[in-house]
Design a protein around this ligand. Sequence first.
Ligand code: CTP
Length: 397
Amino acid sequence: MLRNKKILIGITGSIAAYKIIHLTRLLVKDGAEVRIIVTKAATDFVSPLVLSTLSKNTVHQELFANSEWANHVQLGRWADFFLVAPLSCNTLAKMAVGICDNLLLATYLSATCPIVLAPAMDEDMWKHPSTKRNIEIAKSYGNYVMCVNNGELASGLVGEGRMVEPEQIVKYLKANFCRTSELGGKKVVISAGPTYESLDPVRFISNHSSGKMGFAIAEALYAKGADVTLIAGPTKEVLSFESINRIDVHSAEEMYNACMGYANADILVMSAAVADYTPVLTEKNKIKKKDESLTIELTKTKDILLALGKQKKAGQFIVGFALETNNEIENALHKLNHKNADCIVLNTLNDKNAAFGFDTNKITILHKSGEMIAFDLKSKKEVAEDIVSFIITKLND
Ligand code: CTP
């Protein structure tokens, strides 16, 4: 999502400046172009040489260096957004009143791009009425102000004032400045992960689905501007975007009810590995070990994709998944037709490093028109992007 984004970072004098080394790495790794301005105080905490090496760009510090004028106006116009992190109490106060005594502040005052501030200071400074007022003033100027974390502070005290972690900053930038609008206004629902079918309070029947693929699809759809609801079975996965509406469910029945509540969505992606059978009885108490064998009666669960396909609305786009071990294409085509989907994403356990649990997957998309596209083994993030691109192409056909 950050590919080719031009990000200007302004670092001020705070111990949290060391975190910008990691942040720069994350941004560059994600494909962003990073330029950095430091204040004099920042250089006491972080070396410009490290920052220029990681960002692959000269680090700017002075308004005038070697008889040359640093073009702060050009820097602010070059950037897609300007992140000031860590933002010290002192620089915040200067921003609030418009003081311009260094390159960072000159760039701030002349920047035409969105500006994000990530404050960092000790709790007492953070809670001081003047800081509170300055934060409000900074917000009133249209700056985006990130929260501070609670935790260990440079003073040794524990409290509010820690700068947010680099990963939080990356998420924030992606969520606020990197979404495109191809799916703007579209309501999308995704099912993901396994379901747990309880036998008793202790045990359940399930499968090896991790939910990774479905979560990646939800994020890829969100990145394209869609209004996303993710219905997730039990999983350790976490979403990068707070604005995705996540609904956690356990059983196939709960997943069915949750999905049917979103049956009118414009795009439905059913990637969950829903249990096909569930115990007829869930024992109230733990089943005790008795005989040599134990027979459990199971009953079929409701097929969510089938139900959605049966009541498919005009213009709705439904994506199903098929995980196969044999007769892959034949089985996937059967699911495509029988469940009235627009396309089926096929993955097979015969492909190395694909499907359950891996960070990579290899898929073939079968469309109802007869079109069939086989993709290479890729990261699940890239696979999700391929699926979303396919959906967008078909919606625009
Ligand atoms: N699916 C569903 N509800 C179920 C079972 C499956 O919505 N109760 C959906 C899955 O989310 C997937 C598609 O149906 O999109 C195919 O799931 P899969 O388990 O591969 O196929 P089944 O129809 O269950 O058939 P089988 O297990 O016999 O392969």
